[in-house]
Design a protein around this ligand. Sequence first.
Ligand SMILES: [Zn+2]
Ligand SMILES: [Zn+2]
Ligand SMILES: [Zn+2]
Ligand SMILES: [Zn+2]
Length: 317
Amino acid sequence: MRAISSNIQATNQPTILSSIRSEFIDLRLRQFITENKIRDWPLDCVVLLRQMQQSGKYGILKIVTIKDLPRGIDAATHYYTKTKEYFMWFNRQKLRYPFQRSSDRRLNFTIAHEIGHIVLDHLILPSKKTETEKYMDDLEADEFAGRLLMPKELICSFNYYSLEAVASWLNVSNSALATRLHRLNRVDLILSRKVKSCPQCGNVRFSSFASYCGVCGHVRRKGDLGIRRIFYPDEIVMDSYKRSLVCPKCESSLDCISCDACPNCHTSIFNICSDDYGCSYANSAYARYCEICGKPTCYKGAGLFTDWKDFYVTVQR
Ligand SMILES: [Zn+2]
Ligand SMILES: [Zn+2]
Ligand SMILES: [Zn+2]
Ligand SMILES: [Zn+2]
């Protein structure tokens, strides 16, 4: 069950919170992420819950929205021991989807909380739980939801231009993000130094005169506030003159000082712009796109780089 103030209470109860089963939550969360092939954030739990129901793996029989749940309850989940099935109710008055404002995004956390009750097996015990036990279950479900929607590594890798900007990126309410930062003891992130980054791919590496992002080709504009911060590593071995040391295509040695291409396969020794008649700029060892004109680089054209989107996805966990 998720009541209005459960995750706010959580921040005020450090002693009780320290007794939740942190490692158990982590273990179940990891299994859940693998089972549901979750690779990419932000999460949309409306979609996730539908997938869980359709998969049949979790015994979720019915998800219904009703006009009003008692005492300001957002949602409730019940387990029927006989049929081994879950019923879930959501308060229709709290449903605003797709999420737009911070208050709409509260639903995402509410659903993640209810999923937490299922994944953590809170409801399958036949005996009735005491109020304290139910309260502990709610704290654990809140913790599960926080970790699912806001993985630690991910939330530590943002530019906090504002709490709202990051919360909006993550599809959570401002207060859910504030609570998570508080729980992680990382409220300092809100005031931490900002690093210039690409609003599309999060790349933080730019040559001095770059007009385009070398990783994704996005045009750079003054006043762009990139939320993500991702260091895309060099994928080619180069010297400080941006000259390849071995051929990135056939791995032949490139020690011939006067050559401008591999003697074996004719790949350029520089990651030059693919625009033969224009730019000819030699790009860095991470650049899929020419930082001067935005066209693909010759090494990207030769298929020598991983797709930046694959890298973007894998660093989020
Ligand atoms: Zn609950
Ligand atoms: Zn970019
Ligand atoms: Zn070669
Ligand atoms: Zn160019």
